[in-house]
Write a protein that binds this ligand. Structure first.
Ligand code: NDP
Ligand code: BG6
Length: 500
């Protein structure tokens, strides 16, 4: 039995109800249901479980099952016996119409769970997992509904997964925090950031702390700069209602990229225990100097001659919106390991490619005996951790070209996952790992209360400055499908971050 199955073993016998609140939404359809089905397919759910979809619109159980079937995009869709497993999965799925603000509908959900499922169980302990796949404005009322009327009975646990963004600044997070804290204990809240569940992000700690070669050079004496980059080749396309109020800094930087940075730059934790890891992340984030508006370069994608739409043409974007769809900024860390090393984080939509990667660029060799390097690319070693697509870790090195000359060229020490491991053909989606961790009560990949607080404290002053009515910060237009605005390159250059 492998370790995932053996970890599940203790949880396997306790029946489980998974409630997806906001079941009709984009996230639920694209990620949550496919991940739950994939766990079922791999025999990673408890023997007795049911799935409840909860949302405001009218839907019968049959229609709900058809919706799940129609949106099945999970990695097992081509797997052996997928259709057979789906036939076994769907009868366990039910739909309950309700209103997020109305405790009475959570009470009727509770009655349905008891009548359809729990009353027929022989086990005395039945657990409940609520996944809040709803806009942030209804996190708090949904959590109140769960607490007032739909908690697990007796000794069963109740766990509530809350999606990002956790508020929109320090003040709104404080409000959300106290609203959630009034009805749920910190143990019951699972703040999800799906980047923490990505395979390569999980590998950051292994890479750093299970290999002797990296830690001695993982510091300001050897590292010249770090870049953490997220690029998407499509725009907001239909999500403007959410996005225009949020912007790229809150959508990607304050959570996904900051989490990657934290795992990349924190000190070694005392152990792999969730609290030890999260303590180190918080300590690091507290060492980052506060950000101001001029630490950022902002952009907004614009229409192109070949018919690609600009951001403001998307349905739901108010005319003249200044919402940034691209941002880059430089983090400065005031600690012994990183002082003076610029950490450039950059995120953008409607760019030229889909990529999420980390680039650790090392300082040039001291006392170079090769008489100068023929190109800038040959000056610095660089470790690249490509989170997606085509997961890989590689080091750019300088090598002698084979033959009778002494010509040097850049070469790569490669760890391409798809060549290295048979298993990499079947890398689980981040949401599978994270939902499994919730079932197992494993919190190390989830975000602790004080992590969110410090993350907002870092970004809020700059956001306030940039979003003020009279702010002079205007996102620079960049063509849909381009590499982004020129101001980002200027920011990088100003801080000595070199592209390679
Ligand atoms: P949706 O806009 O699709 O909303 C989800 C559901 O919530 C809708 O189907 C709707 O259900 C209900 N809803 C929508 N707007 C409101 C409203 N104003 N008041 C009350 N209910 C509403 O959101 P997503 O699924 O895209 O996102 C859900 C959460 O997940 C958000 O917090 C988002 O930030 C996060 N997230 C989303 C990702 C994605 O790829 N979509 C990725 C990572 C995180 P009904 O009307 O049937 O009740
Ligand atoms: C979500 C953002 O959190 O992450 C989206 O809200 C973004 O805007 C998505 O598209 C990217 O996730 P992934 O896993 O496709 O890189």
């Amino acid at each position: 039995m492998d370790s995932v199955h053996s970890r599940l073993d203790s949880a396997r016998h306790a029946p489980l109800t998974l409630v997806v609140v906001g079941a009709s939404g984009d996230l639920a359809k694209k990620k949550t249901f496919p991940a739950i089905f994939s766990l079922f397919y791999h025999d990673l759910l408890p023997d007795d479980f049911v799935v409840y979809g909860f949302a405001r619109r009218e839907m019968s159980d049959e229609e709900f099952r058809e919706m799940i079937l129609g949106t099945l995009t999970c990695r097992v869709i081509d797997g052996a016996k997928c259709a057979e497993r789906m036939d076994a999965f769907l009868p366990r799925c039910f739909y309950h119409k309700g209103t997020y603000h109305d405790p009475a509908t959570f009470a009727s959900l509770d009655e349905a769970i008891v009548a359809n499922f729990e009353s027929r169980l022989t086990e005395s302990v039945a657990n409940r997992l609520f996944y809040l796949a709803v806009p942030p404005s209804v996190f708090a009322p949904s959590a109140e509904g769960v607490n007032d009327s739909a908690r697990a009975k007796g000794n069963g646990w109740t766990r509530v997964v809350v999606e990002k963004p956790f508020g929109r600044d320090s003040a709104s997070y404080a409000t959300l925090r106290s609203a959630l804290g009034a009805v749920l204990s910190e143990d019951e809240i699972y703040r999800i950031d799906h980047y923490c569940g990505k395979e390569l992000v999980q590998n950051l700690m292994t890479l750093r702390f299970a290999n002797a070669v990296f830690e001695p050079i993982w510091n300001r004496h050897h590292v010249e700069s770090v870049q953490i980059v997220f690029k998407e080749p499509f725009g907001v396309e239909g999500r403007a209602g959410y996005f225009d109020n949020i912007g790229i800094v809150r959508d990607i930087m304050q959570n996904h990229l900051l989490q990657v940075f934290a795992l990349l730059a924190m000190e070694p934790p005392v152990s792999l225990h969730a609290e030890d890891i999260r303590n180190e992340k918080v300590k690091l984030l507290r060492s980052v100097l506060p950000l101001a508006a001029d630490d950022f370069a902002l952009g907004q994608y614009a229409a192109t001659a070949d018919g690609k739409p600009g951001y403001t043409e998307d349905d739901g974007v108010p005319a003249g919106s200044r919402c940034p769809t691209f941002a880059s900024c430089v983090l400065k860390v005031n600690n012994a390991r990183w002082a003076g090393v610029p950490i450039l984080i950059k995120a953008g939509k409607a760019l030229d490619e889909r990529v999420a990667e980390v680039r650790v660029q090392f300082k040039p060799v001291a006392g170079d005996i090769f008489g100068g390097r023929p190109s800038r690319a040959l000056a610095n070693n660089e470790l690249v951790i490509r989170v997606q697509p085509d997961e890989a870790i590689y080091m750019r090195i300088v090598s002698k070209v084979p033959g009778l000359t002494s010509r040097m060229e850049e070469a790569r020490l490669n760890l391409f996952y798809r060549h290295a491991w048979e298993e990499s053909k079947d890398i689980p989606d981040a949401y599978e790992r994270l939902i499994l961790d919730v079932i197992q009560g494993e919190k190390s990949l989830f975000i602790r209360d004080d992590e969110v607080e410090i993350a907002w404290d870092l970004f809020t002053p700059a956001l306030t400055e940039m979003e003020a009515e009279d702010s002079s910060v205007v996102p620079e237009a960049y063509p849909y499908g381009s590499a982004g605005p020129a101001n980002s390159d200027m920011l990088a250059e100003k801080h000595g971050v070199r592209w390679s």
